[in-house]
Design a protein around this ligand. Structure first.
Ligand code: MLT
Length: 265
């Protein structure tokens, strides 16, 4: 489906009944990243799954920032008449979830932070973003997909799940160059969210693949340790998954989410 919002057009899925869950994909993905969870959780949750601005079926114009992505998602909830949702983001989607908390706290029923980190980019990481922006402009999405793929999945997936690797490669290769460049700028310029963690007062689930090398388990543990008691944090480490457990180990990830959602009932 396509939502025609005042400032942007967003592709999205809206499936199921129950507590609304807003799923936010990472870079350079689209909403297909959450297909398994949308299909499996639809009997107990209303799954709202947008393409972030610049990806999938969404508009490719800026401005691009994690705050803008969060405001776009809030505008989609307005469009759908949803006051509050569980906000679940993976990696870049996690940065957006933390921005969503800062900007729309009253609309957050609970948080799920998957394979993400709270800190901002280092100077070296910012320089790597600029190199990748130049590469995206020069060579397009296919080159970015190849550059990202090694870090995207764990050793187990790489060795045994060629279908998962092929699916991710296809997803990353079909994203618009304008969206990739805009997202890299947004990632490079995102704020440090470490102080945000201390303000979180809703139940929070932290998920990470045990083979994630982009945002390793140490980052997930740092997030869990920084959350205040009010967040009643749960940490789920998904065995045999890298950076995208929702695709690499969909059942284990869905179970972790479903268990968490039941604690909110
Ligand atoms: C992602 O998966 O969203 C990216 O790895 C995030 C990042 O590069 O910081």
């Amino acid at each position: 489906m396509i939502a025609h919002l005042p400032d942007v057009q967003l592709g999205y899925d809206d499936q199921g009944d129950g507590v609304p869950v807003l799923f936010l994909h990472g870079f350079p993905h689209d909403r297909g990243l959450w297909n398994a969870q949308r299909l499996s959780l639809a009997s107990e949750a209303r799954c709202i799954v947008p393409d972030l601005r610049g990806f999938g079926q969404s508009s490719t114009h800026g401005p691009f920032s994690v705050d803008q992505y969060a405001d776009d998602a809030a505008a989609l909830l307005d469009h759908l008449g949803i006051a509050q949702a569980v906000v679940c983001g993976l990696s870049m989607g996690g940065y957006v979830a933390m921005a969503f908390w800062r900007r729309h706290e009253a609309r957050v029923r609970a948080l799920v932070l998957c394979d993400t980190r709270a800190g901002a980019d280092s100077d070296e990481a910012r320089a790597r973003r600029d190199t990748m922006i130049a590469q995206a402009r020069r060579e397009g999405a296919g080159a970015i997909a190849e550059a990202m793929l090694p870090g995207m999945v764990g050793a187990e997936t790489r060795a045994r799940r060629g279908d998962v690797v092929a699916g991710l490669r296809a997803m990353m290769s079909r994203q618009p160059t304008a969206g990739i460049v805009g997202a890299l700028q947004a990632l490079r310029d995102r704020p440090d969210s470490r102080r945000t963690l201390g303000t979180i007062s809703v139940p929070t689930l932290v998920v990470v693949g045990d083979e994630d090398t982009l945002t390793p388990t140490s980052e997930a543990r740092a997030i869990a340790e920084a959350l205040p008691p009010a967040a009643r944090v749960r940490l789920e480490i998904i065995a045999g998954a890298g950076h995208v457990p929702c695709v690499e180990r969909p059942s284990a990830t869905t179970h972790a989410l479903a268990d968490f959602l039941r604690t909110l009932a």
